[in-house]
Write a protein that binds this ligand. Structure first.
Ligand SMILES: Nc1ncnc2c1ncn2[C@@H]1O[C@H](COP(=O)(O)OP(=O)(O)OP(=O)(O)O)[C@@H](O)[C@H]1O
Ligand SMILES: [Mg+2]
Length: 269
């Protein structure tokens, strides 16, 4: 049986890198919960954990012992992508995990000619099973993030609503522009999402206004609130959407997924 949902059942997957070289801004939280929300509306989603910290893998419930084949092996080229893919407890959501090995990739690939294209080469032709591939980048603009930018169609940037939010963003934008010019002409910022918004704090409002003044409609209307349930969920190995679906953080991520899908649809039109 085929179900007409208005889009072809087989289409090229969209690859989105979630990146900001600033640490702790909500990249991993956004990857985990956006992926879960997309899977909940029957999208087939692959998360690639590109951070040696492995937080996305932990947050999706994968123990250290289950990461024997991981993003490191994919980048080094020692296994094909499929061997490093593991299912998660969430139907429709798969994961290429990471562990601390990945921190060695930068050094091991230092002298290798195609080191920036490793991930793209490993993914090419291997993603037919997926609608969306979300890549969780580490807090740096090094080899791992550049590999993600070269493989990606778009970058989603989480920005934390705090005083230094915009610091470093121009460097990030310049890096994306450079990769676009030299390696990946279609690369663009898919959107910017404001995270950890605290409505009791005037500074959050000021930062949100500044970011909107600067980036206009690149910024999603959905704002992710600072919410203790969001912070608790990873220690239970669950997306907050499963840990406490009704909390403000979960609801915000559901709204964000809706906006991402609408934006993706208008890009495809
Ligand atoms: N909306 C939120 N409300 C409360 N806590 C949050 C929220 N989003 C993220 N956190 C917490 O803030 C910390 C940093 O979040 P996260 O790991 O998603 O950031 P990151 O940008 O991936 O960090 P890194 O740069 O280290 O990879 C985590 O402890 C996370 O649980
Ligand atoms: Mg992270």
């Amino acid at each position: 049986m085929t179900i007409d949902i208005g889009v072809p059942m087989t289409k090229a997957p969209r690859l989105i890198a979630i990146a900001n070289q600033k640490g702790g801004v909500g990249k991993t939280t956004t990857v985990i919960n956006l992926a879960t929300a997309l899977a909940a509306v029957r999208k087939r989603v692959l998360v690639i954990d590109l951070d040696p910290q492995g937080n996305a893998s932990t947050g999706l419930g994968l123990g250290q012992g289950d990461r024997r084949l991981n993003a490191y092996h994919v980048l080094i080229g020692s296994v094909p992508l499929g061997e490093a893919v593991t299912a998660t407890a969430i139907p429709g959501l798969d994961l290429v995990p990471a562990d601390v090995d990945l921190s060695g990739a930068e050094i091991e690939l230092a002298g290798v000619d195609d080191r920036l294209h490793r991930l793209k080469a490993a993914l090419d032709g291997e993603l037919d099973d997926y609608d969306y591939v979300l890549m969780d980048c580490p807090p740096a603009l090094g080899l791992l993030t550049v590999n993600a930018f070269i493989a990606a169609h778009a970058v989603l940037v989480p920005l934390e609503c705090e005083f230094f939010a915009l610091e470093g963003v121009s460097h990030l934008v310049r890096t994306i522009e450079r990769i676009k010019k030299s390696h990946n002409p279609n690369l663009d910022i898919q959107g910017i999402v404001l995270t950890k918004f605290d409505r009791r704090n005037n500074l959050s409002d000021e930062v949100a206004n500044d970011v909107r003044a600067h980036f206009g409609d690149k910024v999603y209307e959905t704002v992710i609130p600072r919410n203790v349930r969001v912070a608790e969920a990873p220690s239970h190995g669950k997306p907050v959407l499963l840990y406490d679906k009704g909390c403000a953080g979960s609801q915000a991520y559901i709204h964000l997924a809706g906006e991402v899908l609408r934006r993706e649809r208008s890009l495809a039109a």
